[in-house]
Design a protein around this ligand. Structure first.
Ligand code: TA6
Length: 302
């Protein structure tokens, strides 16, 4: 940790970044600038928290989240890559791929002119991972903490053959109460309903959560807005390089089975995930890269 701080810590008047020991002894980056505070775990390059000035945390993190080597964390922004959900041909491989449980490297930290902070991570193939993902691929992940929260995930194909990836920024948003939330921006879109064997259905109006929801909205490129009447705020999600959006709330029974959602945690979270999943997986030619970008912005409604 000392070595990381010697290389990457920032300490300006309005600007602090250092690596600290988080829960379970896991290294976590602690970021504070004039716009927000944030925490990012090096395992999974997992954004755990983003609290803009004057707001409650925008991300939900389960009170029973587990912090241990190789275990995924329930909450924040897990990175699903290079596949989303179950592996298409080998069910013994980990759900949502390998990136969320791998240790990422910091490539750089930067105080930007506008006062925001950018951290660049990389994940390169590790010895022993060839069985999980044989392709010659590198990942870069840029997280920018400011008035908005921005993430860009860049997959580069360094090999000689095409590669096909599925991916998601599987964000758990913190909400006041699931009963007083509606999600706008998916009206008239088609979705695959995982709860009914991926049956294709059609969305009419905003998405309202009144029970378990696990849907892949396809061909979705437009802005989405979470309207949260209870917290009197909206969260606006803009994206590029993504053609699908997953909306997930496990509701009571499934949450109990998961075992790490916390008591009634499902009432306080909504996953709206920026994805390339199902029909929308991405093929990357040799020497090319794919960019997945998303930005979150919070506004008060009162
Ligand atoms: O994104 C929705 C989903 O794929 C659900 O089907 C659900 O099981 C969830 O992700 C959580 O997956 P995890 O592997 O983190 O328990």
């Amino acid at each position: 940790m000392q070595r990381l701080n010697e290389k990457f810590a920032l300490d300006g008047e309005d600007h602090h970044l250092c690596v600290v020991q988080g829960k379970g002894g896991m290294p976590v980056i602690d970021i504070r600038n004039r716009f927000a505070t944030a925490f990012i775990s090096l395992q999974g390059a997992h954004v755990l928290s983003w609290t803009p000035e004057g707001q409650d945390d925008v991300l939900w993190l389960s009170e029973e989240a587990r912090f241990a080597p190789g275990k995924s964390v329930r909450g924040g922004i897990p990175i699903c890559w290079p596949w989303f959900g179950a592996h298409s041909s080998n069910s013994s491989l980990p759900s949502h791929g390998l990136a969320r449980t791998a240790m990422w490297e910091i490539l750089g930290t930067q105080e930007r002119e506008d006062g925001s902070t950018r951290i660049t991570f990389t994940l390169t193939p590790q010895p022993g991972n060839e069985q999980l993902w044989p392709a010659h691929t590198t990942l870069q992940y840029m997280v920018t903490i400011g008035k908005t929260l921005e993430m860009e995930l860049v997959t580069s194909n360094n090999g000689a053959d095409d590669i096909t990836i599925g991916q998601a920024l599987h964000t758990y948003f913190s909400i006041g109460n699931v009963d007083s939330v509606s999600l706008h921006g998916l009206d008239n879109d088609s979705y695959l309903d995982k709860l009914e064997g991926f049956a294709r259905k059609h969305q009419r109006g905003p998405v309202i959560i009144q029970g378990e929801v696990d849907r892949v909205y396809i061909d979705t490129v437009d802005e989405c807005v979470i309207e949260d009447k209870s917290l009197e705020r909206t969260i606006t999600i803009n994206k590029r390089g993504s053609h699908s959006t997953v909306v997930w709330n496990p509701w009571k029974e499934t949450a109990e089975k998961l075992g790490d959602m916390g008591e009634e945690g499902y009432k306080k979270m909504l996953c709206v995930e920026t994805c390339n999943a199902a029909d929308d997986v991405v093929t990357i030619a040799p020497g090319k890269a794919h960019h997945l970008w998303v930005q979150y912005q919070v506004s008060n409604t009162q």
